[in-house]
Structure formats: C-alpha cells, structure tokens
Write a protein that binds this ligand. Structure first.
Ligand code: TTP
Ligand code: MG
Length: 354
C-alpha cells in the first residue's frame, strides 16, 4: 500500500491577491478577463462563490450574479513564483512530487522518513509550512491511491484535510458520486446517468464487459477505479503529452471560411510553441478543439507526423459538423507528443505542409 498526498491551494490566485491587499478580505474577488473582451474567470474567492461565481464562467455572467465583485486581471508570473515556493516545501518531504498545475500536486510519501512515516501528519505539516512561509492556505487529501487522494483534498476545502484509509476505501467508493472521479466530465456524466449509473456501487453492480462496450475506455477505467484500483505512479518527470494554441473570438463566428482562416492563423504560434518540445519528442497526433456559442466543447484528433493542412481541415470539418450549424466561440489546434526513446527523433523540425 502506498501513501499518496494530494495538496491543492485554496482559491489560489484570489488568495494571493487578498494576502497582498488585505482590504479585499470579506469582499467578493475574482481574477479574470474583462467582460468587454468576452473574458472568463480564472478563479474567484469563496466570498464570490456564495453568489454562484465559478472558474471558467464568462465575466459578463459573473457581473450579473454579483455586480459588486472586485475584478482583477491576474499576475501569472507572480503566481508562478509563489507556486515555486510551494513546490520547494513539497520537496522538503519527498522527491516524488508530481505537479498538476501551479497550485496542485501529488506526493508519494510512502518512503518518507518524516513524521515517523505518518502521511496524515506529513500532510498537516505541509499545510502548516505553506501557511507559515506564504500566508496562504492549502487543503490536502491522503489515500493509498492517486484518484482518492485528489477527491479527499476537496472534502474539507478550504483550509482542511481528509484521509481515506485502506479499510475505508470500499465504503467511500460505494457512495461516491461518479462525477467526483477526475476525468469524468459533464458529457460523460450525462451519459452515465442516462444508463442509471450514479455512484461507485452502481458501477460495481454493472457488467464490466457491458461497461466497456457502452463507454469504451471510460467504462474500463471506471470499473478499475470503483474497485479501488489506480496503479498510476506519482511521477516527478511527467512528460508533456501535447502542445496547443487556442483562441476565443471577440464575437461568435458562423461563417465557415472565416473559421478556417482563423484556424490556419493559429499555426505559426503552434509552430513556435512546439519547437522547444520537438527537440525531445516526436509529434504523433494532430487535433482540433471547437467550443460552440452554447459552450458545448468538442475535440477531434488523429495520428499524424506533421501538420498537414488538409488533414487539419478535415478534422475541423468533423468537429464543426457536431455543432449542427451553431456559431463558434473558440477554436484550438494541438499536436500530440510522444517521448518514447525509440520514436523518430529525426522529426525535429515541424514541417508546415501546404
Ligand atoms: P483550482 O485549484 O481549480 O481552483 P482554486 O485554487 O482557485 O480554488 P479551490 O479552492 O477550489 O482549489 O485552480 C488553481 C488556479 O488555477 C486558480 O486559482 C486559477 C487557475 N485556473 C484558471 O486559470 N482557469 C480555470 O478554469 C481553473 C479551474 C483554474
Ligand atoms: Mg486550488
């Protein structure tokens, strides 16, 4: 049995802004783009959440729900510095640290000599260290496997922690709503609900072959997770699996030609961003992403070794057709990266096929 800790900072960007400007305490604060530029919120503090504000909500909508919210543009480079401070604290306890984003990481403390090997005490200590050094609060989850540790860190948020011991796993999973499982998004959960699958117990009562037939990869992984299986290691050297560029339009676009032009217009930036990664990895996929005016999100990708424009347009065509004529809010293009040593590292340059 491993001992995994998942640490996640509380309303990270907003908490930093409140720390630096204490007059903000007790007031609703959000970090995000301007309403006029069709911006969305990166995050907001817990005060603002009382009004229904959430990450990724359009700023226009946030202002309707909470007209007096204090909207700040965000200082990403500064947040990165504070993230580095927090990462350094993690490394004091173990080298097995896998950052998931600026404010979140998995730690495997199975072999840590600290706190007599108690993961619960280590997690508590880490939260205290973070508070002492940065003045910010973090929440933590402790469990024998990754996905349960992540769910646990959310149970007593903000400024709290939760432990799921090996003996409690089965009972916890039984009553766990499936949308809590990382990777089960809005669309998946609707399909699962339509099949009368709501909790871990429902999945365990189902036939694994049917789950795989009806839900493919998701069905297979749900079956595993609900049995308490998550073999993923905490990997300190997680490699980047894709690089992408996306653009939210200042007004929704329906015209097909314009959309295609905007898509092709993203390629130079994709090329620039990819160059660094293609020194150590090969391109193995090409993909597009489309978000429609009603926020329906769809992606389409295919194996590819270079950015072939006709393939790109074909993928785009497929993605767009899923919207049945709806206007488009955002488009993106990405490439998949493959780090296998045996892969063709001759693909150093990114050819832009015409
Ligand atoms: P989260 O940990 O998802 O959110 P949070 O830390 O703000 O709040 P919580 O207390 O619920 O953990 O994300 C961490 C930071 O990442 C967040 O402060 C801002 C940024 N972020 C975005 O920029 N866009 C997003 O859609 C999300 C979810 C987060
Ligand atoms: Mg957080």
């Amino acid at each position: 049995m491993r001992k995994i800790i998942h640490v996640d900072m509380d309303c990270f960007y907003a908490a930093i802004e409140m720390r630096d400007n204490p007059t903000l305490y007790g007031k609703p604060v959000a970090i995000g783009g301007l309403a006029s530029g069709r911006g969305v919120l990166s995050t907001c503090n817990y005060e603002a959440r009382k009004f229904g504000l959430r990450s990724a909500m359009p700023t226009v909508q946030a202002l309707k729900l909470c007209p007096h919210v204090i909207l700040l543009p965000g200082r990403i480079d500064y947040y990165k510095q504070i993230s580095a401070q927090i990462q350094a604290i993690f490394h004091h306890y173990t080298d097995k640290v896998e950052p998931l984003s600026l404010d979140e990481a998995y730690l495997d403390v199975s072999d840590s000599p600290h706190c007599s090997g108690s993961a619960t005490l280590i997690a508590e200590q880490i939260r205290q260290d973070i508070f002492k050094e940065t003045g910010l609060t973090a929440s933590a989850g402790v469990a024998p496997i990754k996905f349960l540790a992540k769910i646990a860190s959310d149970l007593n948020k903000p400024n709290g922690m939760a432990v799921i011991r090996p003996a409690q796993m089965a009972e916890f999973i039984h009553s766990m709503p499936l949308e809590k499982i990382p990777g089960v998004g809005k669309v998946s959960i609707e399909r699962l609900h339509a099949a009368d699958l709501f909790t871990g117990a429902d999945v365990l009562a189902a036939d694994p072959a049917e789950l795989e037939r009806d839900f493919g990869k998701l069905g297979k992984s749900l079956w595993k997770r609900c049995q308490g299986i998550d073999e993923r290691e905490v990997s300190a050297h997680r490699e980047r699996k894709s690089v992408g560029v996306e653009r939210t339009f200042s007004g929704d676009i329906t015209n097909r030609e314009v959309l295609e032009q905007r898509l092709l217009g993203l390629l130079p930036e994709l090329e620039r961003r990819s160059a660094k990664h293609l020194k150590t990895a090969a391109m193995n996929k090409l993909g597009v992403k489309v978000k429609f005016a009603d926020f329906q999100l769809t992606t389409k990708e295919q194996q590819a070794r270079d950015i072939d424009q006709s393939l790109l347009l074909a993928l785009f065509d497929e993605a767009i057709s899923r919207g049945h004529g709806k206007a488009v809010r955002l488009i993106g293009v990405h490439i998949g990266l493959e780090h296998d040593q045996k892969s063709q590292l001759t693909q150093l340059a990114l050819p832009l096929a015409n």
